[in-house]
Write a protein that binds this ligand. Structure first.
Ligand code: GLU
Ligand code: MG
Length: 357
């Protein structure tokens, strides 16, 4: 507890805080989940009760450093300075408070992991992103992003042989098929409403290629907001399904031999006035060149699981080839044609899936 005065001093009073406390009371929120995505892309966190919220919004909640060395199977990995000794704080971003429609009585806030004196922690991915956004701003640019996530909707049934529970897809409807809209209808309408209530603007939906596979995309936003949105999206996709006694998974390849679940990452670069990709030319070419030059590293970061690599194969439209091309769905970098005159030209990084951090 010796850290508390230092942590409290390092935070300025925030205009959002009073509003959060008022809203939590008005909306009957009992627990506020402070969420972060770990290095394996798993969304984790701790929740503060409403009665302690005013204080916890400032101090954050104490957390072991070891959780950033935990893999997706909850096996603690040997990482220097991420063992049993050491502590960070899960500190929520006041601008991100949102009640969760799929978890009545709960709200969520996207959070940074900070040192106990309140300073940034090197191992916090959200801080890393904020620093990258700030670096780009010094060059006069903003990165705008959107994910194009796919997921599999089904039911969770026990394995008669006593193995792990089985995912049984809700249907075997065909790709984009009218019947697929109907089999998933009750779920998708609830999902759209839950996302919109959280301020995520839904763009498009369709039943996808594989059994039970769905695709629903959310409108682009500045990079940090887009990343935060995708955390809320993943929580909501699964949460809505759970409340309907269904099971939704964003795992890259949940069913062997069936279509994988991508979460292609759409990117555009903006200066003060406009999307500079619209001008074409050297800047766009250099950006594409950068993506291709760094593709192995970007693939490591955006394909965060062993399961990811089962998805990346030819004829799966998931980027088996390290090339770029206009509206080329086998290329790692697709140059997307804009929708109409007001549409925004953007680049699609196709390896990315929802196990990305
Ligand atoms: N399911 C494919 C993937 O794993 C993407 C299909 C598409 O939307 O073009 O990336
Ligand atoms: Mg798709």
């Amino acid at each position: 507890m010796t850290d508390r005065p230092a942590a409290a001093k390092s935070h300025q009073p925030d205009p959002h805080v009073r509003r959060i406390l008022e809203r939590a009371e008005l909306e009957g929120v009992e627990l506020v989940r402070f969420l972060y995505a770990d290095h394996g892309g798993v969304i984790r966190g701790k929740a503060a009760s409403r009665s302690r919220l005013a204080e916890r919004l400032t101090t954050g909640i104490g957390h072991t450093v070891a959780m950033m060395a935990m893999n997706m199977l909850d096996q603690l990995q040997e990482v220097e300075h991420m063992g049993p000794v050491g502590e960070v704080r899960i500190v929520p971003d006041p601008a991100t408070y949102v009640p969760l429609p799929h978890a009545p009585g709960a709200a969520a806030m996207l959070s940074d992991l900070r040192r106990i004196d309140g300073s940034p922690w090197d191992a916090c991915p959200r801080t890393f992103l904020k620093d990258a956004v700030a670096d780009l701003a010094t060059e006069g640019y903003t990165l705008v992003a959107a994910f194009e996530p796919e997921f599999t909707l089904g039911r969770r049934l026990p394995d008669p042989a006593g193995g792990p529970d089985r995912l049984v897809p809700i249907d075997d409807s065909l790709c984009y098929a009218g019947t697929g809209f109907d089999t998933a209808h009750d779920y998708t309408i609830k999902l759209v409403r839950a996302l919109e209530t959280q301020g995520l603007r839904v763009e498009h939906y369709h039943p996808e290629l594989g059994p039970g596979q769905q695709e629903l995309s959310v409108r682009h936003a500045a990079a940090l907001r887009a990343a935060d949105n995708h955390v809320l999206y993943r929580e909501t996709v699964r949460g809505v399904a759970m409340r309907m006694a269904m099971w939704a998974t964003l795992a890259p390849k949940p069913l062997a031999g069936q279509a994988g679940n991508g979460a292609h990452l759409h990117l555009s670069l903006w200066d003060d006035t406009h999307n500079v990709f619209a001008d074409g030319g050297e800047l766009l070419e250099c950006f594409i060149g950068g993506l291709l030059a760094h593709l192995p590293a970007l693939t490591a970061l955006t394909c965060g699981s062993v399961n990811s690599f089962r998805r990346l194969s030819p004829r799966a439209w998931s980027s088996a080839y390290a090339v770029h091309g206009p509206d080329n769905r086998e290329a790692a970098v697709r140059i997307c044609s804009p929708l109409g005159e007001t549409g925004e030209p953007n680049l699609e990084l196709k390896p990315s899936d929802s196990s990305a951090n």
